[in-house]
Design a protein around this ligand. Structure first.
Ligand SMILES: [Zn+2]
Length: 97
């Protein structure tokens, strides 16, 4: 999967730049000094929904069918959310304001 770039000057952004941008609303390009709107792609939103449904299914399944005292469902849900947390920069898109 390809990382996004500045929509004005096409400067490619690194994973770490995008990782720190994920909580911002606006990106100001250091090269062309133009601002862009930061958005999460449709694919990223779909994946977030699928992961949330998967995590809820695991919790429900473990509460109903697995005996109490096992930690694997908690660990599995944690791994799902940790994976998504580190994949978020791949789903960031920049749009011209
Ligand atoms: Zn730029």
């Amino acid at each position: 999967m390809k990382l996004t770039h500045c929509p004005h000057c096409k400067k490619n952004l690194t994973y770490f730049e995008l990782y720190f941008l994920r909580k911002e609303d606006e990106y100001c390009c250091p090269v062309c000094k133009e601002s862009s709107l930061i958005k999460i792609s449709k694919y990223g939103k779909t994946l977030a929904s699928v992961m949330l449904i998967g995590a809820l299914s695991i919790v429900t399944f473990s509460l109903l069918l697995i005996r109490r005292g096992t930690f694997w469902p908690i660990i599995f849900v944690f791994v799902i959310f940790a994976a998504f947390y580190f994949l978020v920069p791949l789903f960031i898109e920049l749009e011209i304001i």
